[in-house]
Design a protein around this ligand. Structure first.
Ligand code: PLP
Length: 394
């Protein structure tokens, strides 16, 4: 076959550097404990923050939708693929977020890759945090706008960039940032960003993938957390993390949302999400509107787990959210640590160079609302045992 040499050589290089992904197969639902490669493990690396991906209410909604609507939507949204379910979901998102309108996309990636280039054109400027998610980076790459990158969450650098931009005649300017950064679990200072943006007549686009269902009242996200309702032009997020299903959305003004679906190529040219998924997304938001116990439990577990890790003597970095990194330094230590955890039935992955700096390798953990105290205690016991074994702890 043509190209084999290229693939083989490229993969050899990846394997040599230990940068190839080794997939582990999950043989049950994603939950507090799941069956992975034939054994039950405590899952500390899923984004299923509220434990909703195996929730009976969401499952029931999905099954009911399959019975009434079948398994596929049959088309892209703009042709014959808009079911009443999609419209209801968009209304529900707008209500949950407290915005005028919302558009539901197939994934969060599809929002960033489709919407950013649709909005930002020749003669515009995009200003982006250096640690933004890859889907934002790709969206920015697809845009014909000029771009500037500022040091991570550095408001002085952002202010400088904005002042510089005032000297030129851009048609539109946009600051784009992750709400919660997925490697360190820190929160973007959206209040400060919003103030600076206003001063310099610039729009704000926040990617709330790790803040949805986590931050704010009832998990309404980062804009609610900072009380910035009505001040952020684009609230983008995902249903694949805390909301437990899959899909992406943008919410904001009606005019922006109308533009978004008319112009996003990812939305216009790709089939709409299936009935089961769409119905489960609606059920997920309805559940959170009614019942805040999931969000409370997530934060209880987060505080408990972080506190205990610190008492054990681990360095948990600067996280302010349920994403808790356990800083280990060398990549090889992080890889070994993760392997040992898996042998001890704890599933948590290492994050190593080039995803993070060479001396900042870590195990990244994410507790969720489905974990019991027993689950967390058992995991902590293993962390302590392996920490001592690998001489990370004294
Ligand atoms: C996960 C993630 C996405 C992608 O969302 P999907 O709905 O899974 O495609 C986008 N941005 C950020 C910051 C993410 O963490």
């Amino acid at each position: 076959m043509v190209g084999e040499e290229f693939f083989e050589k490229a993969m050899e290089e990846l394997r040599e550097k230990n940068l190839d992904w080794k997939l582990r197969s999950m043989e049950s639902a994603s939950d507090a404990r799941s069956i992975v490669e034939g054994k039950e493990v405590i899952v500390l690396c899923s984004n299923n923050y509220l434990g909703l991906s195996n929730n009976p209410e969401l499952k029931k909604a999905a099954i009911k939708a399959v019975e009434k609507y079948g398994v596929g939507s049959g088309s892209v949204r703009a042709i014959a693929g808009t079911m009443d379910l999609h419209l209801k979901l968009e209304e529900t998102i707008a209500r949950f977020k407290g915005t005028e309108s919302a558009v539901y996309y197939q994934t969060g990636f599809a929002v960033n890759a489709g919407l950013i280039p649709a909005v930002m054109q020749n003669g515009d400027l995009i200003i982006s945090d250096e640690l933004n998610h890859g889907s934002i980076i790709d969206g920015v790459r697809l845009s014909k706008a000029e771009r500037a990158v500022y040091a991570h969450c550095d408001m002085e650098k952002l202010a400088e960039t904005l002042e510089e931009s005032d000297k030129k005649e851009y048609n539109k300017k946009l600051i784009v940032t992750d709400g919660v950064f997925s490697m360190d679990g820190d929160i973007a200072p959206l209040d400060k960003i919003s103030k600076l943006a206003k001063k310099h007549n610039t729009m704000v686009y926040v990617d709330d993938a790790h803040g949805d269902g986590v931050l704010g009242e009832k998990g309404k996200g980062i804009v609610n957390h900072f009380k910035l309702e009505g001040k952020v032009e684009f609230e983008m997020g995902t249903f694949s993390k805390a909301f437990g299903v899959i899909g992406g959305y943008v919410s904001g003004s009606k005019a922006m949302c109308d533009y978004a679906y008319n112009k996003s190529r990812t939305w216009l040219l790709s089939g709409s999400s299936p009935p089961a998924v769409t119905a489960a997304c609606i059920a997920s938001l309805e559940l959170l509107e009614r019942d805040d116990s999931y969000v409370k439990k997530l934060w209880d577990n987060t505080k408990y787990f972080k506190e205990k890790l610190k008492v054990l003597g681990f360095d948990t970095g600067k996280s302010q959210t349920p994403i808790t990194p356990i800083m280990l330094g060398e990549s090889s230590v992080a890889v070994k640590f993760s392997q040992r955890l898996f042998e001890e039935r704890v599933f948590a992955l290492p994050i190593v160079y080039p995803m993070v700096a060479k001396d900042k390798a870590r195990i990244r953990t994410m507790v969720n609302a489905a974990h019991s105290k027993e689950d967390l205690d058992e995991a902590l016991e293993k962390f302590e045992k392996i920490g001592k074994e690998l001489k990370v702890l004294n």
